[in-house]
Design a protein around this ligand. Sequence first.
Ligand code: SAM
Length: 424
Amino acid sequence: MNGHAPAACGQRERDLAAQPQRGAGDENNRGGRHRGHGEVGGSAIADNPGVTPPTLTTPPSLTSALAGHIREAIAAAGGWISFDRFMALALYTPGLGYYAHDSRKFGLMPGSGSDFVTAPELSPRFGQALARQVAQALEATATHEVWEFGAGSGALAGQLLDALGPQIQRYTIVDLSGSLQARQRERLAAWGDKVHWVSELPAQMQGVVVGNEVLDAMPVQLLARIDGAWFERGVALQDGSFVHADQPTALRPPLEVAGNHDYLTEIHPQAEAFVATLADRLQAGAVLLIDYGFPEHEYYHPQRSMGTLMCHRGHLVDADALQDVGDKDITAHVNFSGIALAGQDAGLQVLGYTSQARFLLNCGVLEGTEDAPLAERVMLQKLVNEHEMGELFKVIAFVVDAPERPWGGWQALGFAVGDRTHTL
Ligand SMILES: C[S@@+](CC[C@H](N)C(=O)[O-])C[C@H]1O[C@@H](n2cnc3c(N)ncnc32)[C@H](O)[C@@H]1O
């Protein structure tokens, strides 16, 4: 095991790695979850004395109980756990993890006590545009149900239910977070029995599956190349604090990373297994996943030497997942080539892949907005502007293509212009 500096030095470790040139390595410095003026690496805080670092918004009793729980898990595992295990515990430990407790999470401004904003929270026109693609997919696959994974506050569900009316016979939500499920039940009460929640997938399902920013919330493993050798970066304890610690590994990024410089990155076995499970269970229908990320040649670009792991709190971003566990979200960008391959290998057909901007424009997001109030148009612009969510966020869609349910080659509305499947 190769011990590393304590959590507070996570940034220093990254600073020691080869500095990325401007170019491919920059994209993740702009985007991810839309978050005002935050920047990666806590630099919005560290370099700007005018910005006050966020204080804990979660009761200290919860964060210390969570830290205690993770310490016990590390001790029980012999002193080291993989990063995906740490991330799962930090985000989803029942009652204690970031997504398991009651903090606000989603909102436009930090003043509301929120940490970040997502597309359906920014503008209902996101869900209205997506609804056009969902409507086409329901019709083309002769299905009548929508399945949403990771429904957050329930905003997108409300938008889709409103827009699609009787075309949806049943709307099923799968969310790991009990506290968010409670929020969704309250928000979606008006739809009565049409909306259901399940904690396990049935052996067979039909319909259109949607997931906005759910893949980025799935735990990732960290791989570090140091002096030319690859290690899996996990978490250990030093004087009771969480520290990164590396173990030799046979794991490798899916693409060879040119050069010999030190390099930190992520792999996504859980997100890929999730897509494979969907493929296995879905008998008829389509899948639409929206998230921030890139194809693998961009993801594993030699210049992206610090990976994409980011934490979100109070609309600021930092790269130190080991500090203040449970009080901030931890995410990584999505390798869309890996997602596409996982779906294809499990029998799905890729229906399209493109930027969020192109997808929403293809779905008519701007139609009828000429006379909309300025505030509404500003939010809409955030969804499609290249420097906001328009380019970093992507949409990938799959369709079931089985002998008994041949896809038939229908052209999906959202990818009619500017499909980038060939770049995956
Ligand atoms: C960043 S939030 C996005 C929420 C919402 N989709 C939105 O756009 O506002 C991630 C959501 O995914 C959920 N989640 C994470 N992993 C999941 C999984 N494997 N299955 C279902 N939900 C999951 C979290 O509980 C949370 O609701």
